[in-house]
Design a protein around this ligand. Structure first.
Ligand code: NAP
Ligand code: MG
Length: 403
């Protein structure tokens, strides 16, 4: 069988621990036998990040801007304990944070759903994708604890003369206060990433805030989304998809009653909370995919989970592990599909689809990793180790590709 050709390289970002082990296994079993892989490789493993003083992360983000599509392995975000474990020169920042800031992107998280894993919410038939605005609000707020009675004020001093001062509260005793902000620029990027991704995945997009209470702050989010939507309106109409705005509490109720199959754009805090709820209700963190989309339409695909440290330590001791590679495989298939679409390579798109279908065939046959055993219904699940699981997918992929 001739290998599938690529024209533009994928930006490949390697990572750490158990997911780094899986990364190589996935390439050897499921990619290199089928695709003449064209990739620009960046080693984001913590050791090399430390050696290059984290320049490799910046270079990988630059390459993503240049080529448009990247696939990333999970990476360690160093903390105090990692400093000594890896003998680091510095507590390097989270690579995901660095890449997200450089691409000015929004993260979309979607569960991989299969017939034998039923979401807790019985009417959810299709995935729900959460888009979280990852800048500002309470995450960049400042706070004061008032220890006595007094006046709290909100003050703005503009560079060109705007001066506004409003009383927040006249305290007659101790209390707390908080100041938070967002910028038109960041909200606009968020809106553009959301509309681009809705078009790219041909799904409706919902957006929700509390603009009835927060008329200026949340009202600004609503207004910017409306303005930016004008650019995409004709594409939405052509594709038969919808932009739907509603209040956050109404959205929560509708999401629960819905059948799924749409993107839910959330402000930073709502997205933080709701993504944990939605991902738990769909089943397993190991089945959650994640893609970073820039307002210019650059894509970086990855798994939502981390480097699965606990399994890695077992692996180092020579014990076998049953780590679920699904979300990492789907990061690759997502990247190949997007590359294929952008470069007009139907064979590459077909390979991405067949790869995902081979994964579904495997799970539908009841072959799975340990984390899924207790979640599966209607099949007799058989838990295997990571290697056996990938081999089972390979067999099914070979059959599909030979057709
Ligand atoms: P984690 O790697 O997501 O793992 C947490 C637990 O979830 C695991 O111990 C395992 O549970 C289960 N799990 C996650 N993925 C799984 C998979 N593919 N298959 C089977 N089980 C899976 O989170 P963490 O342990 O909090 O973080 C580990 C490292 O990852 C940290 O250094 C953190 O900085 C990094 N991290 C990176 C990213 C990223 O690059 N995007 C995201 C999050 C965390 P059991 O142990 O019960 O089997
Ligand atoms: Mg959270």
């Amino acid at each position: 069988m001739e290998k599938i050709k690529m024209t533009t390289p994928l930006v490949e970002m390697d990572g750490d621990e158990m997911t780094r082990i899986l990364w190589k296994m996935i390439k050897d079993e499921l990619i290199l036998p089928f695709v003449d892989l064209k990739a620009e490789y960046y080693d984001l493993g913590l050791e090399y990040r430390d050696q290059t003083e984290d320049k490799v992360t910046v270079e990988a983000a630059e390459a993503t801007k240049k080529y448009g599509v990247a696939v990333k392995c999970a990476t360690i975000t160093p903390n105090v304990q990692r400093m000594s474990e890896y003998n680091l020169h510095q507590m390097w920042k989270s690579p995901n944070g660095t890449i997200r800031a450089m691409l000015d992107g929004t993260v979309f998280r979607a569960p991989i759903t299969i017939p034998s894993i039923h979401p807790c919410v019985k009417n959810w038939k299709k995935p729900i994708t959460i888009a979280r605005h990852a800048y500002g609000d309470v995450y960049k707020s400042v706070e004061i604890r008032a220890n006595e009675a007094g006046t709290a004020k909100l003050v703005f001093d503009g560079k060109d003369g705007q001066h506004e001062e409003v009383v927040i509260h006249e305290f007659d005793g101790p209390g707390v206060l908080q100041g938070m902000h967002n910028t038109d620029k960041s909200i606009r990027s968020f809106a553009n990433s959301c509309f681009q991704y809705a078009i790219s995945t041909k799904q409706d997009i919902w957006f929700s805030t509390k603009d009835t209470i927060s008329k200026k702050y949340d009202g600004r989010f609503k207004a910017i989304f409306e303005e930016e939507y004008e650019k995409y309106k004709s594409d939405f109409e052509r594709l038969g998809i919808e932009y739907f705005y509603t209040l956050i509490d109404d959205a929560v109720a509708r999401v629960i009653r819905s059948a799924g199959g749409f993107i839910w754009a959330c402000k930073n805090y709502d997205g933080d909370v709701m993504s944990d709820m939605v991902s738990t209700a769909f089943g397993s963190l190991a089945m959650m995919t994640s893609v970073l989309v820039s307002p210019e339409g650059k894509y970086e695909y990855e798994a939502a989970h981390g480097t699965v440290t606990r399994h890695y330590y077992k692996h180092l001791k020579g014990e076998e592990t049953s780590t679920n590679p699904m979300a990492t495989i789907f990061a690759w298939s997502g990247a190949f599909r997007k590359r294929g679409e952008l470069d007009g390579l139907p064979e590459l798109v077909n390979y991405a689809n067949q790869l995902e279908d081979a994964c579904f065939d495997t799970l539908n046959d009841g072959i799975c990793t340990k984390d899924l055993v207790n979640l599966m219904e209607g099949v007799e699940p058989k838990a295997v180790n990571s290697e056996q699981f990938l081999k089972a997918i390979r067999e099914r992929l070979e059959k599909r590709m030979a057709k």
